[in-house]
Design a binder for this molecule. Sequence first.
Ligand code: NAD
Length: 402
Amino acid sequence: MKKIVVLGAGYAGLQTVHRLQKLVRGKAQITLVDKNDYHYEATELHEVASGTQPALKITYPLADVLDPAVTTFVQAEVVKVDQAKKQVELRDRAALAYDYCVLALGFVSETFGIKGAKENALEMTNIKQALAIYDHIMEAMRKYKKTKDKKYLQLIVCGAGFTGIELAGALAEGRATYAKEAGVAPKEVKITVIEAATRLLPMFSEKLATYGVKLVESLDVTLLCGAKIMEVAPEKVIYEKDGQNESLNAATIIWTTGVSGSPVVNASNLKERRGRVVVTKHLTDPDDDELYLLGDVAAVMDETTERPYPTTAQIATQMANYAAKDLAERINTGHHLARPFTYHSKGTVASVGNTHGFGVVGKTEIKGYPASFVKKMIMNKSLYEIGGVKELLAKGRFDLYH
Ligand code: NAD
């Protein structure tokens, strides 16, 4: 019986296991490793950070998805993959031997070595960090009540990529709750996004990007563009704008300037850049055909732009579907699938608060409430695909009509 070890229970890892369980029953034993015993919807972390949704709404137990006849779950932290020995090293546990390994350990925050960012800004890459952000905001509001120091009412989001924009929208939605805690009018709670680029959301047409910017600004969020963050000091962001150094004080500083793949990729001595490996057409490591790299740790080249596709839940899920089929094919026939992996983008939608958003579906640009509706449908589809009816009914978004 072949041993398949899957590392990470995010979109890529959990979907791989979900698919594989049906395809290799009786022919392979699967081991899933994750430090948590639950899956979380990483695309919705901003809702937990802002307090607009409880953590339970975006998480579910792995046990709900795993078939114990085929899959064993090991709750542990992965240290590295030792390709020569074909084993996975775990913290404080015995190593796991494999015939095939699927590395799908997701992303961490990228600080680009900016001074003070790690120490003085809050990261938002997992449930614990998202909950810590919400607690931090509410604590700041209580401190305002005691001290009347305005820095406690200022929230800064560093970076206006998709994550920063979605977070700013969610914070605007949470503003009334924060203001109540601080005993002030909602407009007293200030939300500022600091972004280096002057043209936001470059993946969208100028018209759609302008719509997105106006939508965020209409929620009384200040977008400071062309402002490159140089340093984060305690409760202060220092940035360069028009050749001048400027700064803004805030008790809450959240870091969303981009992501890199799991540090396990580097620890495993793979040929990587920012934690991502340019994978083969079968999604394996170019130097090791038994090691698959999926999701945020993989770079799949887009032949039209000659750049890697952006890391998203959508591409991670498609990679998982392919890898599960390819692994099953190898176990059944000894060969890879004849067809290579190809990515079919269904579009990109960003939510701005619970009822607005913008994006592209197919070739059609969508805005406002319809975009928010589509985003909820995308999330429901993902819940259903991996978690089935149970998770869809428990965690799905059915507040579709307003
Ligand atoms: P990103 O890299 O897309 O955006 C980071 C932003 O931070 C950029 O606009 C960049 O210019 C800015 N920045 C970087 N350094 C800076 C500095 N020193 N000072 C000021 N600004 C700085 O990162 P992200 O938003 O975390 O997204 C990561 C990936 O996840 C992307 O591929 C994104 O498309 C995807 N994502 C998708 C969705 C969705 O589909 N709804 C939501 C969130 C994230």
